[in-house]
Design a protein around this ligand. Structure first.
Ligand code: AMP
Ligand code: MG
Length: 356
């Protein structure tokens, strides 16, 4: 990886956004805020521009990108046919954190779809992203603006920590609202197939379509299955994700202090560059009943799954930056947004135990 270019820091004032559009129009890469996480954008109609996204991220070529458009009408510019299911989902949830997978128009560069005949497309719910898309007048391919396998960025500082010198610019609009990526739904058939849980919940999708949530449940693609069917359906799920530089443990709700205390008592903690052997703790929804054991640092105390979702990737990065040995996070019920949160946490756990 060569960090050769200087990455421009842009704000959200009109001249900054004009500059962002100018860089994108010329085929550059610009990290832009969305309501989910920061995306690394490049024009989706330009194969060389899209190649720059893969290069900056170090992203495997077989992991396709989500294409962002500003309006329902613009979805038809990249996808066909627009199924009745996709229309209904988009009418209900767009703009918002829902991505639909549809047939790809053959004019789209193959690099965007990683050679698949389908394309993932969404309308983001962020004024800056929408303004840039509208002004540019071209769809933007934009995966999360992190180095591949790292936690997704929810601030411009996170983007720069991973990609400074590797991309043309970042537009800083403050922390993102949702904090987790979009829900990806295959909308080519009559019933939705959730390929990745995210900002729009299964309960919301079932409610909007008048479906029994159990039905949706039954159509889950098992991301842990190794079979080729899963690989073809949702290629991105094969690759490691959300890998922080420290091991992550998920504790039962209300059990974080106990779990951290037990890990501390067991000793033998890997030492980070920071406080030797210290354990970071994230509690959820609780008042801290017990005092913190020596060596345990409370780094976050979100009230519920929504707040944990908004802060999770930031907390993973903060725990790393503090040089903590281990991060203990209290889990949440896998319902509503909690399902997406637990998906990310389980992947962070699995990934960190592989690398630990
Ligand atoms: P991100 O890197 O967060 O932008 O994630 C994009 C996700 O969308 C990955 O899990 C991709 O595998 C998935 N995706 C993108 N395009 C497609 C597609 N055509 N079919 C199925 N999944 C897709
Ligand atoms: Mg990503």
């Amino acid at each position: 990886m060569s960090r050769r270019r200087s990455t421009e820091r842009l704000g959200t004032d009109p001249s900054s956004l004009t500059r962002a559009v100018e860089l994108l129009r010329a085929g550059g890469t610009v990290a832009l805020p969305t309501e989910t996480v920061y995306g690394l954008a490049a024009r989706a109609d330009d194969d060389d521009a899209v190649a720059r996204i893969f290069a900056a991220k170090g992203r495997p070529q077989d992991n396709p990108l989500i294409v962002h458009v500003p309006t329902l009408a613009a979805v038809a510019g990249v996808a066909e046919p627009i199924t009745p299911l996709a229309e209904e989902l988009l009418r209900t949830f767009a703009p918002g954190p829902l991505t639909v997978v549809l047939g790809a128009r053959p004019t789209l560069p193959r690099r965007v779809t990683a050679g698949l005949d389908s394309v993932a497309v969404r309308i983001p719910d962020h004024p800056v992203m929408l303004a840039v898309l509208t002004d540019l007048g071209v769809p933007l391919a934009a995966p999360s603006a992190n180095r591949s396998s790292r936690p997704s960025p929810t601030t411009a500082a996170h983007v720069l920590a991973d990609l400074d010198g590797l991309i043309d610019a970042v537009v800083d609009a403050g922390p993102t609202r949702v904090g987790l990526e979009s829900t990806v739904v295959d909308a080519r058939g009559e019933l939705p197939v959730v390929l990745r849980d995210g900002g729009v919940t299964r309960e919301q999708i079932a409610g909007a379509l008048g479906l029994d949530p159990q039905l949706l449940e039954g159509r889950t693609v098992d991301r842990t299955a190794d079979g080729p069917a899963d690989g073809v359906r949702s290629p991105g799920t094969r690759h490691p994700h959300y890998v922080p530089a420290l091991p992550v443990h998920v504790a039962a709700r209300g059990d974080g202090v106990m779990t951290a205390g037990r890990l501390m008592a067991e000793g033998d903690l890997p030492s980070g560059p920071g406080p030797r052997g210290a354990i970071g703790l994230v509690t959820v929804g609780g008042s801290m009943a017990a005092p913190l054991p020596d060596g345990v640092v409370l780094i976050g105390a979100p009230r519920d799954a929504t707040e944990l979702a908004a802060g999770l990737f930031r907390l993973l990065r903060e725990a790393e930056a503090l040089g903590l040995a281990v991060l203990v996070v209290e889990g949440v019920d896998p319902v509503g947004l909690g399902r997406a949160v637990m998906d990310r946490l389980e992947r962070a756990t699995a990934a960190s135990s592989r690398t630990a």
